[in-house]
Design a protein around this ligand. Structure first.
Ligand SMILES: [Zn+2]
Length: 246
């Protein structure tokens, strides 16, 4: 690609995303990222106790991090043992109502935020099953600038659906492996999104030393790799696409 959407001559973009508000994200991931001048995206579920539970995450916005919508009730397929009422039983109206309630609560927590991105719980983007199964991506596209899904692929800025962005699950990945994913993205002009849950502890966690290695690399190579929250890269991609069309 001759022209790229990234600033300052960067060859690739990286977004570090964190799901489900695990406490280790505040105690380990945030201080590690900030030590290297990096900022991340935190996809949270504003449940009933959101004012208290998510206050420390909302406070990250003032320091340049992103707070994102991950629905109120985190609906997933009933194929997971922890799910009582699966997405198979949900309607499009119900999922939209849940997402909009999450949006309302998050806006209350972070009134300064003007543009939001979304993250599909369990990477799943359909309701219903069999012949009645339907994607809820069109609803997400109506309400958000961009949305993170799965896909284990880096995003081509000219081709990817901004409302179904690919990401890599980083559960137990080594530092070298995560750095490799970022370097591969830069070699191809792409935008890689890494997904984390626990950092150093907690469910689906990555080792804190591996996470630190990744952050040290991204901090040292900021001339080539643009690390920024999802909302910032999505905005840059949108602007670039408009320019490309002339
Ligand atoms: Zn989640």
């Amino acid at each position: 690609m001759d022209s790229l959407p990234y600033p300052d001559g960067c060859r690739g973009a990286v977004s570090l995303t964190f799901d489900d508000a695990h406490p280790s994200q505040l105690s380990v991931a945030v201080p590690t990222m900030e030590r290297y001048g990096l900022r991340g995206t935190f996809y949270v579920n504003p449940r009933e106790d959101y004012r208290q539970q998510l206050k420390p995450f909302a406070e990250l916005v003032a320091r340049g991090h992103e707070l994102g919508n991950h629905t109120v009730s985190h609906p997933c397929s009933r194929n997971f043992d922890f799910v009582t009422r699966g997405l198979e039983e949900w309607s499009l109206e119900e999922i939209e109502a849940d997402i909009l309630e999450a949006a309302r609560r998050l806006q209350e927590l972070a009134p300064e935020v003007q543009e939001w991105t979304f993250c599909y719980p369990c990477y799943q983007s359909d309701v219903g099953e069999g012949e009645r199964r339907q994607s809820y991506t069109p609803i997400v596209a109506r309400h958000f600038l961009a949305a993170r899904a799965w896909g284990e692929a880096a995003n081509h800025p000219g081709r990817v659906d901004l409302h179904y962005l690919g990401s890599y699950d980083c559960h137990r990945r080594s530092g070298a492996e995560m750095i490799g994913l970022c370097e591969l993205a830069a070699a191809e002009g792409r935008w890689v999104i890494l997904t984390f849950h626990g950092v150093g502890s907690g469910h689906l966690s990555v080792d804190a030393r591996d996470f630190e290695k990744l952050c040290a690399h991204l901090g040292a190579h900021r001339d080539r790799l643009w690390t920024a929250p999802v909302v910032q890269v999505a905005r840059a991609v949108r602007r670039w696409r408009e320019q490309q069309r002339g």
